[in-house]
Design a protein around this ligand. Structure first.
Ligand SMILES: [Zn+2]
Length: 155
């Protein structure tokens, strides 16, 4: 995503000041933009490595990568949701539940987290009888397309 190559937006949500592309620090809040850019690139690479591992069935490695991303970027809901799913696949529902709940703290309506938690609840406890929301069918969520199936070629 490069909206304007001549500008570098401050990454802090409460700032978002537009800086020149060569700025070392944010002109408004003083955040070190160069360091931030390097920090951002590292988790992105970790996340992609995690996806790669997940797709090839190395779920433990995937979980470790996603956990590292979440450690670096606690607010990265996508990475945390991927981590939760990896935990679920590794038969660690408590950890999965924890991370999906963390996702909902940041993004209350996150569909993947709601679906994941619904899946967890359906497997462990009877559903709450409060008439809050319609219950979804208990399917495991697929936030990151873990499985890529090839079409069957039987001719
Ligand atoms: Zn700033």
């Amino acid at each position: 995503m490069t909206p304007d190559p001549g500008r570098l937006a401050c990454p802090l949500p409460r700032c978002r000041a537009a800086n020149t592309a060569t700025a070392e620090t944010c002109q408004s809040c003083g955040t070190p933009l160069r360091a931030w850019a390097r920090l951002r690139a590292h988790p992105a690479q970790l996340f992609n490595d995690g996806l790669e591992a997940a797709r090839s069935g190395r779920t433990t490695i995937a979980r470790d990568h996603f956990a590292a991303v979440v450690h670096w970027c606690p607010g990265d809901a996508e990475a945390r949701s991927a981590l939760a799913l990896a935990c679920l696949l590794l038969d660690d529902p408590d950890e999965a539940r924890h991370h999906w709940r963390q996702v909902l703290v940041r993004r209350p309506g996150d569909a993947t987290a709601l679906k994941g938690l619904a899946h967890l609840e359906s497997g462990t406890e009877p559903p709450n009888t409060e008439h809050t929301e319609p219950t979804e069918p208990p399917e495991p969520p697929e936030p990151t397309d873990f499985t890529e199936k090839e079409p069957a070629t039987t001719e």
